[in-house]
Design a protein around this ligand. Sequence first.
Ligand code: GDP
Length: 365
Amino acid sequence: ALTAGIVGLPNVGKSTLFNAITKAGAEAANYPFATIDPNVGVVEVPDYRLNRLAELVDPKRVVPTTFEFTDIAGIVKGASKGEGLGNKFLANIREVDAICQVVRCFDDDNITHVSGKVDPIDDIETINLELVLADLESVDKRYKRIAKLAKTKDKEAIAELAVLDKIKPVLEAGKSARSVEFTDDELPIVKGLFLLTTKPVLYVANVSEDDITNADDNEYVKLVREYAAKENAEVITICARAEEEIAELDDDEKAMFLEDLGIEEAGLDKLIRAAYDLLGLGTYFTAGVQEVRAWTFKKGMKAPQAAGVIHTDFERGFIRAETIAYKDFDELGSEKAAKEAGKMRSEGKEYVVQDGDVMLFRFNV
Ligand code: GDP
């Protein structure tokens, strides 16, 4: 499964947020394979469409899909030189598919800041610089080898060298490689470099309790948004401390708490959805009387591959997928009604699954 790593300097609220994630965590009993690693927090992906389908179908069981966050400890200045837990930190980041960087955007004199003052951009740059330096090392190593090969007129080497030539000066200027625009032909080459600074990043601006309602008026948050825009990164605001409290509430209490605060959606739910988007994930549904269930697929997947998310047999023996768009299911109210209205499509192997599809797979065993 794809996972987003949570990183941040000390005392920015990272543990508080990760606590909220594990407290809100999916029932361990439902996901026996997912909970072995204490650094992994499994959360259910909130989705109003699942609730609506459950209401319409009235099944025995409703199962949301899940998403994993990984807690990555140990970033300090000098990590790329192996200081502190530096090497371990970088190795852990290499394994995640996206980065959620928690940034301190709250003042609190009682909580010391590692660099002495609250300065979100400085914090972001401290972390990013370590990642940039690690990438520069990989790129430099690769560059020598590829430059030699390119001289022999090796086509692939020439193409890769062009990519390295684009990335190297950006890294040397201390900037992330994600700020570089690549062509469609270059993207697979970039992917093959396994860089840290090309991973999609989400800045999680941690604001104080007082700023929850108007987080975007917070000056620190404004700075983070400006910075993120320049490097094609996303930002969400959250109050980690409040999330830790919210995570202990049941659904009704949670709704009341949010209403009191005057916000529509819990920060954690925002975070889950943003991370899901960041990874290019989508949800399709199966809706039977036994079970209505949400499944995660990677956008762009064709029907057989998406069926393989449920079971490899579904992919191997795939014949076709009876498909109803969520919107049609919602409007028409049932599979039967959708079928009668001609809204149930029989899709084959080349069908690209769409977010919200309600699917029934036909397969040979
Ligand atoms: P970490 O070192 O990044 O894991 O930071 P922690 O989660 O341990 O938080 C450091 C301190 O900041 C703790 O005392 C938290 O209670 C506090 N803290 C975290 N989030 C918030 C917040 O949203 N508002 C305030 N006022 N304090 C917070």
